[in-house]
Design a protein around this ligand. Structure first.
Ligand SMILES: Cc1cc2nc3c(=O)[nH]c(=O)nc-3n(C[C@H](O)[C@H](O)[C@H](O)COP(=O)(O)O)c2cc1C
Length: 192
């Protein structure tokens, strides 16, 4: 197969479309949709990174507040996710506009979003300017899942997550996708 050169804009795919909550000094919360959300350290400690442009309202709130919550939406929330990434909290109360419900977090000031089945509370431990985005590194101080996601042994069932995926690269103009079917188990080769 011949290889052709392509535009290296946002070349790694897919990513989640996640909803990040932050809060202003007067207590007013905001939501921003981000595709640039990463697991940076897994256990010791768990750290979730987000990359966000300085021009957003959320960037200033994150700098001020030092905390954020990563809320993982399902496919059903696509319209709200797209809305939270299309308007600014400078002008709009996105909770009211998109029918989302703030719920107090256990360890941080920004709220969880009730409609998102998984919520990850993060405290910022570092920031880094990287080209056109700033990377925020958030140590996970608490994480929550809807009880219906768990099996009898308390493990999250992947087939109940229904995550919303974001593709915006390789000439594609920005699209939401759902996951396909389960193909197999990881590290099966090691177990043989
Ligand atoms: C699917 C999607 C993914 C996005 N990903 C990012 C991202 O990773 N980083 C970023 O700075 N902006 C991203 N945006 C744009 C912001 O969500 C958008 O500028 C938003 O209106 C900023 O809101 P705020 O001003 O209330 O913070 C994305 C938008 C959409 C729709």
């Amino acid at each position: 197969m011949a290889k052709v050169a392509i535009n290296p804009f946002r070349p790694v795919y897919p990513t989640p479309a996640a909803l990040i909550t932050s809060v202003a000094a007067d207590g007013k919360p905001n939501i921003v949709t981000l595709g640039e959300v990463f697991n940076l350290s897994l256990r010791t400690p768990p750290v979730v990174g987000i990359a966000i442009r300085k021009a957003t309202y959320s960037h200033g709130l994150l700098m001020e507040c030092g905390e954020y919550v990563v809320n993982m939406p399902t496919v059903k929330l696509m319209t709200a996710v797209d809305g939270c990434g299309s308007v600014s909290g400078r002008e709009v109360d996105k909770f009211a506009r998109f029918g989302l419900t703030p719920v107090p977090a256990s360890r941080v000031k920004p709220p969880l979003i009730a409609e998102c089945p998984v919520n990850i509370e993060c405290r910022i431990i570092g920031t880094e300017e990287i080209g056109d985005h700033d990377l925020f590194k958030g140590e996970v101080v608490a994480a929550h899942a809807d009880a219906e996601l768990l099996d009898g042994g308390g493990r999250v069932c992947a087939d109940r997550l229904d995550p919303l995926c974001f593709l915006y690269n390789l000439g594609c103009k920005g699209e939401y996708w759902s996951l396909g079917r389960k193909l197999g188990s990881a590290w099966a080769a090691k177990k043989k």
